[in-house]
Ligand binder design. Sequence first.
Ligand code: GDP
Length: 375
Amino acid sequence: MARNQADLILFVLDANTEPNQEELEIAKILRKNSKKVILVANKSDNPQATQNTYNLAQLGFGLPIPVSAIHNFNFSELLQNIEKHLHQLGFKPSKDNLPIISDTIKIAFIGRPNAGKSSLINAILGESRLTVSDIPGTTRDSIDVELTYQNQAFKLIDTAGIRRRGRIEKGIEKYSIFRTIDAIEKADLVCLILDYSVGVRAQDLHISEYVQDNSKGLIIIVNKMDLMEEKETERNRITNLLRHRFDFLSWAPVIFTSAKNKKNIYVIFDVAQQIYTERRKEIDQETLKTALQEIIQAHKPPIKGRTVLRFYDIKQVGINPPTFELLVNDPDINHFSYQRYLENNFRERFGFSGTAIDFIYKPIDPKLARKSISL
Ligand code: GDP
């Protein structure tokens, strides 16, 4: 009855568990229905829940929106999503504040030879949910493919460089580091493709460091999942392994795909869209100051000689990438481990999952340095 009366359906699941039999049944019923369903993954207040939300995409309604009802987390994103869908259904907003998605999300597909980049691009081009809006001639050097998915424009950077290689002799293709660097620099986010049957190599780690240094978003894609047996346990094993190998990138989502069987292809774009939203998130200054105060109180800043690192102010100075400026007495006192503590704490409070965050430590003019944020 509720389904029949609704214009839009919010299907709420627990982010910490696999869907149960009843929920799978409900999903089946909802899939038969033409009404738009938004998946909501509640109790998303721990890292494991965040990873699980990607598994919930198997229900076939795209990626869930993680929220925590108890902690009042992420409701603005849920509301934006509801607004977007109501708008598509022809409802008019009462206020003139509808977010318009007009920017193109630029994605670079990077990975070692044979990881399956060109196969994935071809699978993407064949995916009916993605509308390929433009493939210019295939003879020029750097060719970007533009696509639309759920009203969002995407640009895949330098796919020609990837696709054309397939036609050059296999085995001798050059892995052009310059081309890779160029693509990463142009992108908002990078899909790092790994071959399940090969695993992680030093080059993959270098690339992910470069992604981090350039403050991009990152999705780690483990391709060739069709070669996996015992998929559920194997997925968990690999995810843990990757968390260990890429330990400085605990924030990057891991997606398992099969270009061969065209599995999980469009999920890449769901996740990309989510990361892009995270990259554009803004936190107001009062919230930032309170957070910084609590962070400092919980764990004392480092000391060099006799001087303790003092914080005077914090503000967000940019989006895409999210950039925060911190005014301190002397940036040189800062310590790597404290920076990391601060970043982790920021992520726990504000999300930013799937993207690097930039912190700029600036020395304060001593004349202005009256009262630091209290310790
Ligand atoms: P690229 O060098 O990264 O562009 O890799 P290719 O797309 O050319 O793929 C390299 C090899 O892996 C080819 O033999 C593909 O058929 C194979 N391959 C690509 N994706 C998959 C996949 O999902 N599953 C399996 N089993 N093989 C794949």
